[in-house]
Design a protein around this ligand. Structure first.
Ligand code: SF4
Ligand code: SF4
Length: 296
């Protein structure tokens, strides 16, 4: 039996991706099981899903504590050491990131590291930062455990029409563009059945500067303040010429991050602005544009 832990953020399609992956395993003639785990139930917060696959019926019903494979949908999550807890030495990591060195620096001891610019591909193919289908394509290519046709068949259970077409393009580009690196030494360690242990890692505590945001730390079992600015793909850009200074953007911002600046205009606090776009939707003057971070 193989065990997969998927890490993403609410709104990135992590749970649906886990279900599509399990269906693809079944279409490929294997047994599979899958279920999600939500932390704070809101868009942008961390989400996990667990999938198992094998040649025999799967009776295990627990969360995946010792994953053979980590599938990571969000770049900010790849830099959180806690997300690698229990990862088996010599396992495989498939991650949405352009900075594979950040993962290598954590010394997680993966045998295979596959990285792809999931957000870039998803934005180009679907117009959203929802990376799930792109990451499934990367998974298929990197692991060889499922084939694209079975994933496409699974996707047809969830999407139709142009949404399906766009997501199949995203899947195929994830498959074609994933970069795979192998680590021979870690393959030797696999036989020793060791695992990454979070207790051996020194994690810098977050610098708490705002009372607005908190998140549950699933490993340390405590409430910590989270910089929700790390969730953001799009940034609000207020246009001071069009702004009527009504303050609605500040009232509606769920993170309390749209603040009146010393210049007399409203600006997002980028430590906490999560890019939800509510301020732009609520602005009566249409004075706020949401722009993708990388083109700012
Ligand atoms: S996008 Fe606007 S409403 Fe959403 S968190 Fe940022 S400032 Fe607040
Ligand atoms: S809601 Fe729009 S018009 Fe009102 S203060 Fe904010 S940016 Fe300006």
């Amino acid at each position: 039996m193989g065990e997969i832990r998927l890490h993403g953020r609410g709104g990135q399609g992590t749970v649906i991706a886990a279900e599509m992956l399990a269906n693809a395993f079944v279409f490929g003639g294997k047994y599979a099981s899958v279920f999600p785990s939500f932390g704070v139930e809101r868009r942008g917060s961390a989400v996990m899903a667990f999938a198992r696959f094998g040649e025999k019926p799967i009776r295990e019903r627990t969360r995946v504590y010792r994953p053979d494979i980590l599938l990571m949908f969000d770049e900010s999550l790849t830099e959180v050491a806690a997300n690698y807890d229990g990862f088996k030495n010599g396992g495989m990591i498939i991650a949405n990131t352009k900075h594979e060195q950040h993962i290598i620096d954590l010394q997680v001891k993966q045998q295979l590291l596959a990285t792809v610019d999931g957000v870039g591909i998803a934005m180009e193919e679907t117009g959203t930062p929802i990376t799930n289908t792109c990451m499934l394509g990367a998974f298929a290519r990197a692991t060889g455990l499922v084939v694209l046709d079975d994933l496409k068949q699974a996707m047809e259970l969830y999407f139709t029409g142009s949404v399906l077409t766009k997501n199949i393009r995203s899947l195929e580009r994830g498959y074609a563009e994933v970069k795979v690196s192998h680590f021979a030494k870690q393959a030797e360690d696999k036989a020793a059945d060791k695992a990454f242990n979070i207790e051996n890692v020194t994690i810098k505590p977050p610098q708490l500067t705002s009372p607005f945001e908190a998140a549950w730390d699933d490993v340390d079992k405590k409430l910590i303040t989270a910089r929700t600015g790390e969730w953001r793909y799009k940034q609000p850009q207020p246009n001071q010429t069009a702004c009527r200074l009504c303050g609605w953007c500040s009232v509606y911002c769920p993170a309390g991050s749209m603040k009146l600046g010393e210049d007399g205009y409203y600006h997002p606090d980028l430590n906490y602005c999560k890019g939800c776009g509510i301020c732009a939707n609520q602005c009566p003057a249409r004075a706020i544009m949401m722009k993708a971070e990388e083109v700012l």
